[in-house]
Design a protein around this ligand. Structure first.
Ligand code: PHE
Length: 333
């Protein structure tokens, strides 16, 4: 019995020493010291011993039990410390490592200019509305006083989807949509930004797709002088106080009288930036407004032209090529 206990001691201590994981220790504890463990089963044979031998073996068994408990405990503490060290090493934060720089984007210059213009007009009580880029011949031409055989169609040749559906050539189609929506007896004060299309050969100043902002005011007693005031306010806000503006008589089928509006640019002198005029009585009537009671003015601003003058851009194609070297220059805009 003594030998059995001694070899159990040797085996158990060696196994404890060799254990490299806490789970292994837990198993050893059960294996040797548990209720159904090996030490218990050896001691179960004590009954067969003589009266002299019993206390000797008993104390040996107790000694082995506490020695083993001690060894397991020591090993457990040691393994726990290792585990903690490992965890600390894994979670260590090196504050001297370079950070991860997330590139910050910027609004496209056209989007930034549209937003700036919207803010200016919203400040003057205008509402922002949007119209579709795929438009009907009816809204893009007919109802704007440009019938099928009108010579003005030559200047606004476009891309046709069917005979009657096309890519809009100007945001003026939004005038018609808005007036029809307002129903003929409510005042209108809107701007409408968006893309427009024309069959043009692309070069430094022309593009088959470009951007406009339409403006429309319809009410009782709206006058040309109010148009003048609104445009001058806009121009001074976008190009700086004191910027000079000039109206030149022009022609659009949907306005009468019509003007083209230039601003004075220190290097380029007089530059055209928009077309405008008093809404033609035919247009008001077709869109449900009685021209005897209502008058209105409209304007169409070329966004690329504004952005090119404001930021000294010499080629309209820069806006559409998505060259980061160009776009990055507008980060702070
Ligand atoms: N739609 C005209 C164009 O694209 C501009 C314009 C708008 C002129 C509104 C007068 C009034 O050339």
């Amino acid at each position: 019995m003594r030998e059995a206990l001694e070899s159990l001691r040797t085996e158990a201590l060696a196994a404890t020493e060799a254990a490299d994981q806490l789970e292994v220790l837990r198993d050893l504890k059960v294996k040797y010291l548990g209720k159904k463990g090996e030490l218990t089963s050896v001691l179960r044979g004590m009954g067969k011993l003589s009266a002299e031998e019993r206390p000797v073996i008993g104390s040996l068994a107790n000694e082995i039990r506490s020695q083993l408990e001690e060894a397991l405990k020591t090993k457990e503490t040691h393994l726990e410390e290792l585990q903690l060290d490992e965890k600390i090493r894994e979670e260590k934060l090196d504050v001297s490592l370079p950070g991860i720089v997330n590139p910050i984007g910027a609004a496209h210059p056209l989007a930034a200019v549209i937003e700036e213009i919207e803010d200016i007009f919203v400040g003057m009580g205008f509402e922002v509305v949007e119209g579709p880029e795929v438009e009907t011949d009816q809204f893009n031409f007919e109802m704007l006083n440009i019938p099928k055989d009108h010579p003005a169609r030559d200047m606004q040749d476009t891309f046709y989807i069917t005979d009657d559906i096309l890519l809009r050539t100007h945001t003026s189609a939004a005038q018609i949509r808005t007036m029809l929506e307002k129903g003929g007896n409510t005042a209108v004060r809107i701007i409408s930004p968006g893309k427009v299309y024309r069959r043009d050969d692309d070069d430094a100043t022309h593009s088959h797709q470009f951007t406009q902002i339409e403006g429309l005011v319809v009410d009782k007693g709206v006058s040309m002088s109010e148009l003048n005031g609104v445009l001058l306010t806009f121009i001074e806000k976008i190009f700086g106080a004191g910027t000079e503006m000039r109206l030149r008589p022009s022609y659009f089928p949907f306005t009468e009288p019509s003007v083209e509006v230039d601003i004075y640019h220190p290097e380029k002198e007089w530059v055209e930036i928009l077309g405008a005029g008093m809404v033609h009585p035919n247009v008001l009537a077709k869109a449900g407004y009685n021209p005897e009671r209502y008058t209105g003015f409209a304007f169409g601003i070329g966004i690329e032209r504004i952005a090119m003058l404001k930021y000294n851009i010499d080629d309209i194609r820069h806006f559409y090529q998505n060259d980061l070297r160009f776009l990055k220059q507008f980060r702070s805009v």
